[in-house]
Design a protein around this ligand. Sequence first.
Ligand code: ITT
Length: 197
Amino acid sequence: MDFVIGTHNPNKIVEFQRILGPLSVKIVPAELRKVEETGTTFAENAFLKASAACRETGKPAVADDSGLSVDVLGGAPGVYSARYAGEGASGEACVRKLLNALKDVPAEKRGAKFVCSICCVFPNGARITAQGECPGKIAYAPRGSGGFGYDPVFLAGPKTFAEMPPEEKDAISHRGRALRLFVEKLKKYKEQNHADW
Ligand code: ITT
């Protein structure tokens, strides 16, 4: 079965296909209207995006709401990660704002985590959800050229996500964890419903 992906972020499409392809789940992009992310949690926003994509296409749809939660900022930017430096701001601008906010914060207080909530909605209304997290620290300056968004300042061990080859990021990332859990739940859903896809 193919799943429409409810996102306007091309980096997420790349990561979904990279992680789900080897697990035999096919992800197809679609031209979709932009959904207003009015939820206060990652899970709520993931549901808003997946249900809108399912309604619009009539096909099973999966969406991701994700972001960075920084300890010393009380969990910010959280669900506002994409808009941290203003609506439509670049990843670089968000990173600059974050580094500035943390400029006087010592290494031991720079703890953070990436969170990813996945929601899958079927045309019959059934829903599968999964969440993944990756703990880390915020670096003092950007490092590496891979990934997107906050990857150059997110240290998961000695390397930032942007310094890791894609498969290394996927093995430990919030999105990798959430999507692998989603696939396990999808398999159970298939068995329970005797689905032939
Ligand atoms: P869609 O809503 O269209 O899916 P978006 O980029 O606006 O795209 P979110 O609202 O979920 O998605 O915001 C997620 C933001 O969190 C994203 O723009 C990045 O700034 C950040 N983010 C999430 N996952 C990330 C990752 O793996 N690496 C770096 N930054 C990430």
